[in-house]
Design a protein around this ligand. Sequence first.
Ligand code: NDP
Length: 513
Amino acid sequence: MTTSVETTQQHIPENLPTHLQHFIDGEFVDSISGKTFDVQEPVSNENYATVASAQPEDVDLAVAAAKRAFKEGPWSKMLPRERSRVLHKIADIVESRDDELSLLESYDSGLPITQAKGQARRAAENFRFFADLIVGQEDNAFKVPGRQINYVNRKPIGVAALITPWNVPFMQESWKLAPAIATGNTVVMKPASYTPLSAVLWPEIFREAGLPDGVFNLIFGSGGVAGDYLVKHPDVPIVSFTGDSSTGATISTAAAPQFKSLSLELGGKSPAVVFADADLEAALDATVFGVFSLNGERCTAGSRVLVQRDIYDDFVARFAERAKNIKVGLPSDPKTEVGSLVHPNHFDKVMSYIEIGKTEGKLLAGGGRAEGFPTGNYVAPTVFADVAPDAQIFQEEIFGPVVAITPFDTDEEALELANNTKYGLAAYVWTTNVKRAHNFAHAIEAGMVWLNSNNVRDLRTPFGGVKASGLGREGGYRSVDFYTTQQSVQITLNEAHSPKFGNVEDAAATSDS
Ligand code: NDP
């Protein structure tokens, strides 16, 4: 049975705002139309705030402010060192406010507080990382001896649209904001409508750190209205989107006619492959954590665990035992390991997959609402074993605390199973055979592979997926490449040797000879 921790009432953060506004050109503003939407917290599912709902005219204002700040303001022209100082200050402030930030995040999203705090620290680290990277940035120069020098003139592009999902919202936002502004762009950010709360901290943080007005603009509103209008806006040349694969396809189509720079970080159904020769204790810790951390609402979750048959029964039994003992509880309780899912709609989606799973696999743990939680979006960590590769719960992203486990015999079979979905975001491989580890990793269709490791990411490495998991790479210099344009400049060092088209004397000389 799933262990529940003390559960009564959600801890309400101090000074919880009851009305959230856009932040445009350094000012908090409502929508011109006065339109708003309600937002709920996921323990009671009661409204706790109204949020300004951006319409096209509000998006126009935000984009105009960002464009003005880009063209006329100091930010895009500042030395990297000066921008870097501001980014370091942002990181310092985020770090100093990580308690407050994680409380807001946990309250709004249902993430366990300890995990929300880890994500807050990661948000600070994103700013620190790009603050350092832009100072060390170097670009190519090419010499043709005696004739030509060519160099790369790297430039910020303009207004970046940043559209983010509801899972780990503040960290996701930092992941886009830090490289976008570090490289001298200005931004309009639209957070997910389920989780707008932590985004209201950005204006204060940026102002205190000295970011000029207009560089950061924040709009709240529905994806289909504000998000769509922002993506199609002619003054927005860059779109960075993280979210569902089907939304990614819509955005890709919307952005195509204007040839925008597009980065799409989309869904996943990542395999964790456990070979019989693996360090099984380590593999167990990592695979359980890999699917149930962040409430399973994690794009890189190892939501399909493939286990070699020799160890299958034992591994699966231990996995199920762990799942049953996971502490489900109030997001604000430090003992909680799995909190409340973000929204009743998402809860219903996950529950419907659990019902499908009961017809597709052997239920070993969980299987519905967490015991002891008659209300709120609490799902018991759920384990299905013996899941066939054509099962819906094997193929489709559930984005909740639900795992599908499948046996395999040979390396070839494991690889076929691992690659047998439309997604290709992450993969985890557990084996002590070094050759197998590398060969298997190279053959997997995934943007990122972890060998004998939990999902620990070096910020310098490229992040992104293949197949339906996305397009483009961000992370380290790939983010710098995405948010800048590289103009090549060529200089002749001696005479410019050009053929003399249209030169009558030359033509006569040629015909005489
Ligand atoms: P959605 O795609 O539903 O929404 C993401 C964002 O896009 C939201 O801000 C949403 O606004 C907005 N949006 C929706 N429709 C449009 C549109 N037509 N034009 C512009 N913007 C739009 O994803 P979720 O928020 O549900 O997030 C969960 C998904 O995100 C999962 O599939 C998960 O795998 C993926 N994800 C991927 C990651 C990665 O790095 N690969 C990381 C984290 C999550 P609104 O909220 O108002 O609908």
